[in-house]
Design a protein around this ligand. Structure first.
Ligand code: NAP
Length: 292
């Protein structure tokens, strides 16, 4: 690992502060990434985990704002509370119906952003796959699906959603004009007309209940790109199947890194370099926690 990861951070009256609010929050990899970038970019800053119980979110946020924090990431179970307390919702947050990044402005306002969808797109494009036009089949209709659907639409991609619970897919479609819904069981029939397949369900995630995808990639067009946003493990069964079929595929770790990079820029004013070093750092950490 580079020397930059080993230097002790300087903490003084000029240190720029940010963090992640969640309950629990100990599992979050955000402190690892942001502190790595802070050192690498030689920014006098620190990013801390902030365990905040349900019901205490607004008190904590107002306190952090008063204490001069630049902002925070927000994770489970506080995303809905974050959506409610902001003074201004960025378009990304409005369209995705959620907030994962708060920025405390110099004027005392709280701005809410969602960086998941744009982080997903940035990661796919970082793999040399332009995201522009075409049609995507999204599996799942949870929080991540809506953010990704919104960002894909913003790039002219037509979005089809299939979810095990069809009503949830219809709720998503009702909030994003132009999204179409197909039955989970028959989602495979939509595949031949798609350029992108994205798994946003927790199928394949370590520790999640088993589940099966309603399609066979062996019959997909050779041009199909398969993405999985699950990142534990990185090589999911879906991605292994895509590889076996000779299809281009993108795993979920890069989305995690790119969405973090967007927040870093908002708080610290610098776009961090998203390269193999931060990926290796996270990979090693995920591996250690799986085997440790
Ligand atoms: P969520 O809101 O809880 O949604 C979960 C989705 O998975 C729902 O569509 C659910 O369908 C579906 N699902 C769960 N088990 C299933 C099964 N056995 N068969 C079929 N569908 C099933 O979760 P989320 O926040 O959107 O996150 C979803 C996944 O994305 C998680 O694995 C999460 O770790 C990952 N994620 C990754 C990133 C990243 O940066 N790479 C970012 C965000 C999320 P129902 O509606 O029918 O229950």
């Amino acid at each position: 690992m580079e020397k930059t990861t080993q230097r002790a951070p300087r903490i003084d009256g000029h240190t720029l502060l940010a963090g992640v609010i969640g309950w629990p929050v100990a599992h979050s990899r955000s402190p690892l990434m942001h502190n790595f970038w802070l050192r690498k970019c030689a920014i006098n800053g620190a990013y801390v985990p902030l365990p905040v119980r349900p019901g205490q979110f607004e008190t904590a946020v107002r306190g952090l704002q008063a204490a001069g924090f630049r902002g925070v990431n927000v994770t489970i179970p506080h995303k809905e509370s974050a959506y409610r307390i902001v003074d201004r919702l960025d378009r990304s947050a409005e369209r995705s119906g959620s907030v994962n990044t708060l920025v405390f402005t110099d004027e005392g306002r709280i701005e809410g952003y969602s960086t998941d969808g744009d982080g997903f797109v940035a990661n796919v494009e970082a793999h040399g796959i332009p995201v522009h036009g075409g049609r995507a089949l999204l599996l799942g209709a949870g929080g991540a699906a809506r953010a990704i659907a919104a960002s894909l639409q913003d790039r002219g991609v037509s979005v089809i959603v299939a979810n095990r619970t069809r009503a949830r897919a219809e709720t998503l479609a009702a909030s994003l004009a132009g999204v179409t819904v197909v039955d989970w069981a028959h989602a495979g029939a939509a595949l031949p007309e798609c350029t992108l397949l994205v798994n946003t369900t927790s199928i394949g995630m370590e520790g999640a209940a088993d589940g099966a995808f309603p399609m066979d990639l062996a019959r997909a067009d050779r041009a199909l790109v398969v993405c999985d946003i699950v990142y534990v493990p990185r090589q999911t069964a879906l991605l292994r199947q895509a590889a076996a079929c000779g299809l281009r595929h993108v795993d979920g770790l890069g989305m995690l890194i790119h969405q973090a990079g967007l927040g870093f820029h908002k708080w610290f004013g610098v776009t961090p370099e998203i390269g193999p070093d931060v990926e290796a750092l996270l990979d090693a950490d995920l591996h250690a926690s799986r085997t440790g």
